[in-house]
Write a protein that binds this ligand. Structure first.
Ligand SMILES: [Zn+2]
Length: 101
């Protein structure tokens, strides 16, 4: 309980001194307070964008299968993993959204 100096922390954005109680940096406005994890969720986790990503994944996978049928193993080996990965991560995102709502 000694000392009346304000505790400071440094801004992660500009490196300036920020009072520990402050939620944003007085210099650049960067949020320095620890935000709940949900605040950091990126913008692209909406169901619509997951659905678009799923459609893209299916389309790319289809292209890969067509490439395979056209005896183009190089194209298939590129398109199928990308397409399946895209579709699976989109499905995972949709599933997460469903669990949260
Ligand atoms: Zn700053």
């Amino acid at each position: 309980m000694q000392g009346n100096s304000i505790m400071h922390t440094s801004c992660g954005e500009c490196g300036g001194q920020v009072p520990e109680q402050a939620e944003i940096c007085p210099d650049c406005g960067y949020p320095v307070a620890a935000l709940p994890l949900s605040e950091f969720r990126p913008q692209f986790t909406t169901s619509l964008e997951h659905a678009l990503m799923l459609a893209l994944g299916i389309a790319v996978t289809t292209v890969g299968v067509l490439a395979l049928l056209a005896k183009s193993p190089l194209g298939a080996s590129l398109a199928i993993p990308i397409g399946v990965g895209c579709a699976l991560s989109a499905l995972l995102g949709l599933w997460r959204n469903l669990r949260e709502n």
